[in-house]
Design a protein around this ligand. Sequence first.
Ligand SMILES: C[S@@+](CC[C@H](N)C(=O)[O-])C[C@H]1O[C@@H](n2cnc3c(N)ncnc32)[C@H](O)[C@@H]1O
Length: 248
Amino acid sequence: MPSLRRFINSPTTLGSRAKDALVQEHFNAVAQHYDLANSIMSLGLHNLWKKQAVEILDPRPNQRLADICGGTADLALLAQRYRDDGPVVVYDLNQAMLDKGLAKSVRSPFGREVSMVRGDAQSLALADACLDGVMVGFGVRNLGDMDQGLREMARVLRPGGRLVCLEFSQPPSAWFGRLYDLYSCLLMPLVGRVFTGSWLTYSYLAGSIRDFPTAEELARRMTRAGFTQVSWRRLSAGIAAIHQAVKP
Ligand SMILES: C[S@@+](CC[C@H](N)C(=O)[O-])C[C@H]1O[C@@H](n2cnc3c(N)ncnc32)[C@H](O)[C@@H]1O
C-alpha cells in the first residue's frame, strides 16, 4: 500500500517499470466496473468523445486498424460501425480488460473482425508499417514510457497511415482547471470507494490527469516520436483532447 500512495501523490516521479506495474494493479482492480465507472465519472461524455475520435480517424473498408491500450474495446467496436469490412486489433496489457472487451465484441453486431491481443504498447508485437490506422483512447497517459509508446505507434503505421489519440488534457482556463481538479480529486476516489471498496483505486486517475502534459506539449512529443501533420481539437472546455497525426 505505501507504494500505491506514493504513486497517487505523484505518478510521474516513479520509474517507468514501477509505473507499469502499478497501472496494471489499478486496471486489475477496476476492470469489472470500468465501463460503468467511466460513464459515471465523465457524465457520459466519454462516449461522445470516442465517437468524435473515430469520426476523425474515418475508418474505411479493409483498412487494418489497431486500438492500442484498447481495454474494453469501445473504440474498436465504434470503428467497425463505420465500415463493412476490415480487421481491428485491440491491443492491451491487461487480461481482465481484454476479457471484458472480448465479451462485449461477442455480443456486438460489429464485433465480427475484432480480435484481442495481449501485449505491451511500448514494444508492440506487430511488424513495421503493417497498419493503416491506430487509435488510442485514454491509453498514452498510462504508459510508463509514453514517448516509447508513441514511437512504437509510428513504427507500426505505414507511410501515410494515421494516428488518432484521445486523452485527458489541461483546460486552458486556469479557474476552470482548478474547478476540474477539485471535481476529479473528490469524485474519482468516491467512485473508487463505491465500486472497489477503496478510496485509493481511482485516486491514481486524478493524479495521472493532473500530471499529464498540455495539448501543445503532447503534440511536440508526437512530432519527436516520428509523426508529422500533428493537430488537435480540444473537447469539453479542454478537459480532453483528440490529437491526430500522420506517419511520414
Ligand atoms: C483508461 S484505459 C482505456 C481503455 C480504452 N481505450 C478506453 O478508451 O476506454 C487504459 C488501458 O491501457 C492499458 N495499458 C496500460 N499500460 C499498457 C501498456 N504498457 N501496454 C498496453 N496496454 C496498456 C490498460 O490495461 C487499460 O486497459
